[in-house]
Ligand binder design. Structure first.
Ligand code: ADP
Ligand code: MG
Length: 501
């Protein structure tokens, strides 16, 4: 039920620097004057901000605009379905309660995706009167959940968020778990559920580039923030260093330290960047001790284990290694396939299993590159409306595949495979057909096909002048056997990895 007025409506209503754009017709909606809605929303935003912290507020809630009020139901508009679902799941009940507390006639909050023509009733930007200009943003970002008193303004040089934004796509749900990362994943989940548990503080995640360290850290942060129980600061070690140096320059190290030491969970990504930066290491060490002593959680990532990070101060190394140290290993073929399947599914584009297998074979070093290749295929398919095929894959990823082309030779493959199964190298080209010899030979042909750019006839020639159909048969047979016999598949994978390095 809407009050049908519309004649003398203010188009704009400025309240405390907040512009309320009314929906055109009403100065009072269902008995609630528009000004009331504006004030109510402003207070709700402020309240949410102190409850959930500035970072979370900015990530999830700032983009909400207030739509129409209809009877006892207020509509809130969000730009995307993802945001709407997230806000509904995480904050729906709280928003309901807050609206009801502000305006008791409101009993329900409806969350909708804004359509292009939707004009907001109230825009929430700068809802708290522009405190961004005073530098409060950063302070607010480390204000504990529920702490009502606003933090004092920070000096101008500290006017950024203490924490870098978390990528909302990096969640536990979107992380594909397999043997190489299951331990790190389990540790990350554990810390997200129960920060500062004995034995898990600090959590030290390490592994090569693009294997999911940052993903897991963001997942921990996002979960903790969503639950609203902890304040989280996440930053790269490099950023930590720049902040620290900046604080020294502006003589505000005390504020910087206080801010760092006021968070519940501090995450420092890519710690290897602090190597050789003695002052920064020292500062990190003190922050680290202060936080751990106060029962807060530290999470650190690096490309190597604490003991292998040469150039790190010994006392810091010792401290870093005394919680939980979890290694993310290089991906296996199976994990690469699972990751590709998950990402293809999420994209909505059908990618044939053959293409996924091909990519998982070719791009082995790093999930980021694998993801990049798949994304390019998907973008191409969407752009041109053509299905993804093995052929189009070769075309579209020409440059990437070339860069990944193996330099390994057929002779090397034969040697490694012969060693592995303890047969003579000459048996790779001999006419013997006993299985103990024939099977390794087939594996070598299979690997030659996978790891080199040689054609089937070329490969056949290197195996005692065999026909290309024999090579084709070998490739098929090994593929079948790998699917049927996991021990055999592991053997072949192991060989592949040895040859790739
Ligand atoms: P790192 O920090 O270890 O260099 P990232 O966490 O940035 O690696 O991961 C690189 C990319 O690969 C990200 O887009 C991430 O989402 C993706 N990724 C890595 N591992 C996985 C996994 N197990 N499941 C899903 N995506 C992954
Ligand atoms: Mg990273």
């Amino acid at each position: 039920m809407r009050a049908a007025s519309g004649a003398n409506v203010p188009a704009e209503d400025d309240v405390d620097g907040m512009t309320a754009v009314l929906q055109g017709q009403e100065d009072s909606i269902a008995g609630a004057p528009a000004g009331l809605l504006v004030h109510a929303w402003s207070r709700i935003c402020d309240r949410m901000k102190t409850e959930v912290g500035e970072v979370e507020y900015r990530t999830w809630l700032r983009q909400i605009t207030v739509g129409p009020l209809d009877g006892d139901e207020i509509t809130l508009l969000l730009p995307t379905r993802f945001l709407r679902d997230w806000v509904r799941g995480q904050y729906g009940d709280r928003l309901n309660a807050l609206w009801n507390a502000e305006l008791p006639s409101i009993r329900r909050v409806e969350l909708q995706v804004a359509r292009p023509g939707d004009l907001p009733a109230v825009q929430p930007e700068n809802a708290s009167g522009g405190d961004e200009d005073t530098g409060n943003v950063q302070s607010a970002s480390v204000t504990s959940a529920g702490a009502a008193a606003p933090a004092p303004p920070a000096p101008a040089d500290l006017k950024h968020d203490l924490t870098a934004p978390l990528d909302p796509r990096f969640t536990f749900e979107s992380f594909v778990v397999g043997k190489p990362n299951e331990f790190a994943y389990a540790c990350a989940r554990r810390v997200a559920e129960k920060p500062s548990s004995p034995g898990f503080n600090p959590l030290f995640l390490y592994g090569g580039v693009g294997l999911g360290k940052t993903h897991l850290m963001h997942a921990i942060g996002t979960q903790l923030i969503a639950e609203g129980r902890s304040t989280v600061a996440y930053m790269s070690a490099e950023k930590f260093m720049y902040r620290f140096i900046g604080a020294i320059r502006s003589q505000s190290t005390m504020e910087f330290k206080e801010q760092l030491r006021s968070v519940d969970v501090l995450m420092i990504d890519d710690l290897q960047f602090l190597i050789g930066k003695d002052n920064t290491q020292e500062e990190f060490f003190h922050t680290f001790n202060a936080l751990v002593d106060a029962g807060r959680q530290i999470i650190v990532s690096a490309d190597k284990s604490p003991s292998d990070l040469s150039g790190l101060e010994d006392r810091l190394r010792t401290r870093l290694g005394c919680g939980m140290v979890a290694d993310i290993h290089a991906t296996t073929f199976e994990l690469r396939i699972s990751i590709l399947e998950a990402k293809a599914l999420a994209s909505g584009v059908t990618v044939p299993a053959k293409v996924l297998e091909f990519l998982a074979h070719k791009i082995t070093s790093n999930v980021r590159e694998l993801e990049g290749a798949l994304n390019r295929l998907i973008a191409h398919a969407n752009l041109f409306g053509r299905p993804v095929t093995l052929e189009s894959t070769h075309e579209v990823l020409h440059d990437i595949l070339k860069a990944h082309d193996r330099r390994v030779t057929i002779e090397e493959i034969q040697r490694k495979v012969a060693e592995h199964w303890n047969i003579r190298l000459t048996d790779m080209s001999s006419a013997r057909r006993a299985r103990a010899v024939a099977r390794p030979r087939q594996v070598a042909m299979y690997l030659a096909k996978q790891l080199t750019s040689r054609s089937l006839p070329e490969i056949g020639r290197k195996f005692g002048n065999r026909d290309h159909t024999t090579v084709m048969h070998a490739v098929q047979r090994v593929t079948e056997l790998m699917a049927a016999d996991s021990a055999f598949a592991e053997d072949v994978e192991l060989l592949r990895r040895m040859l790739e390095n």
